[in-house]
Design a protein around this ligand. Structure first.
Ligand code: 4NP
Length: 149
């Protein structure tokens, strides 16, 4: 395993499951699956055990990516040892991660960091929001893979 990447949002049902799916798809297309550990989690626990939001499943499917079997989970202490790269979807979740006692040597930062910007929370909005989230995640994941390979 060369790289271990954890995508983190608030609920782990909208943005980070989609980020996980998009990044895994790019890694598979590049033939690099054996070199990556990829997962996602939420800073909140409300949706633990649930599949992604139907709107995230649908936008992923539109682009040929199946995220329907993912299950939401909360960030846990062991994540800070297991994952070398922890990518927050927005500044609020980044601050929540930084505030934890377990923060060790992991590289914890925003997915979109040059320039820094949030992937906006689409939960309470319409389906347009999920198209925008997909576009931002795709850009962020392509940039990430380029940097790591
Ligand atoms: P996510 O979106 O952080 O992208 O998974 C949200 C999902 C659920 C809630 C907030 C954001 N919620 O408040 O339940």
């Amino acid at each position: 395993m060369t790289h271990s990447v954890l995508f983190v949002c608030l609920g782990n049902i909208c943005r980070s499951p989609l980020a996980e799916g998009v990044f895994r798809d790019l890694v598979e297309d590049a033939g690099l699956v054996e070199r990556f550990l990829i997962d996602s989690a939420g800073t909140g626990a409300w949706h633990t055990g649930n599949p992604p939001d139907p709107r995230s499943i649908e936008i992923a499917a539109t682009y040929g990516i199946d995220i329907s079997r993912q299950k939401a989970r909360q960030v846990r202490a062991g994540d800070f040892e297991r994952f070398g790269i922890i990518l927050a979807m927005d500044g609020s979740n980044l601050n929540t991660l930084w505030a934890r006692d377990e923060v060790g040597s992991a590289d914890i930062r925003l997915l979109l960091d040059d320039p820094p910007r949030d992937v906006p929370d689409p939960y309470y909005g319409g389906t347009d929001g999920f198209e925008e989230v997909y576009r931002l995640l795709r850009f962020g994941c392509e940039t990430l893979l380029r940097r790591l390979t």
